[in-house]
Design a binder for this molecule. Structure first.
Ligand code: GSH
Length: 262
């Protein structure tokens, strides 16, 4: 029995949902409402002490961390394979997964929170810090850095730079095949798609205007049935009832587009 604790709009949950959809594996869906801090209840923290989604429970075993969950699912449900079988190929895939976790998965949180998830605007900094930031085991410092009014211009620019680096790496890789690992559709494609989809949702698709390989890859991946299953209605921030504000802070959409190679 598989249970997935997840959130519709969470990029990390989307990776796991797409992996499950590729495998055609049924699971019991447990929705965790992040706006209501359901990820911070004592019951949930017992399952996932980091207080984040997703969490997979498979036959009583708790598996944490989205990329780890995706690799785990590829091991226990080997068909269709979402990575190479040889050791060198697997090392190459893991190199992608580490990069994607460290760089774009972290970077995308900055524009996401800044533009769309600023439920704290107007909350005084002291209350924000103690009641909104410090309650989070893993994300306390991220929230402290954000402050109640959003991120600084420097932080936004750093995140855009990291996202552009990701797009450039993808463009280079996609010269060798339709997918990041070449001919084989793999977990590397799955782990990065939520970031690209989020940029699109935030109105920042101009970032890859100069990258034809990424543009074609995005169209290909969106045509997969697993994308449609994983990104069901309500999975996009723009469908979740929040207002998406401009980036602001002196950063115009055209600045973002130039980063895409125009
Ligand atoms: N390393 C974790 C990170 C998961 C994560 O950051 N999840 C976000 C949603 S995408 C979350 O639960 N945030 C909770 C919060 O902001 O308090 C993973 O890959 O599963």
């Amino acid at each position: 029995m598989l249970e997935l604790y997840h959130t519709a709009t969470s990029t990390c949950s989307q990776k796991v949902r797409m992996t499950l959809a590729e495998k055609g594996v049924e699971f019991v869906s447990r929705n965790v409402n992040l706006r209501l801090n359901e990820n911070l209840t004592p019951e949930y923290l017992k399952l996932n002490p980091n207080g984040v989604v997703p969490t997979l429970v498979h036959d009583g075993n708790v598996i944490l961390d989205s990329s780890v969950i995706c690799e785990y699912l590829d091991e226990v449900f080997p068909q269709p394979r979402l990575g190479p079988d040889d050791a060198v190929g697997r090392a190459h895939l893991r190199k992608w997964l580490r990069f994607l976790e460290e760089v774009p998965t972290a970077a995308i949180r900055v524009p996401t929170f800044h533009m769309a998830l600023k439920p704290f605007a107007g909350v005084d900094q002291e209350t924000y810090r103690t009641e909104r930031a410090d309650i989070r085991p893993l994300r306390k410092h991220f929230y402290r850095k954000m402050k109640s009014g959003g991120f600084s211009q420097d932080e936004i620019e750093a995140s855009l730079d990291q996202l552009d680096l990701t797009l450039r790496r993808m463009e280079d890789a996609l010269a060798k095949g339709p997918w990041l690992m070449g001919q084989q559709f793999s977990l590397a494609d799955i782990v990065v798609i939520p970031t690209i989809d989020r940029l699109d949702d935030l109105g920042m698709a101009g970032m890859w205007r100069g990258y034809p390989g990424v543009t074609a890859w995005y169209a290909r991946i969106k045509a997969r049935p697993s994308y449609v299953t994983a990104f069901y209605p309500g999975s996009r921030i723009s469908q979740s009832g929040v207002t998406i504000a401009p980036l602001g802070g002196g950063i115009s959409q055209s600045t973002v587009r130039r980063k895409g190679g125009e």
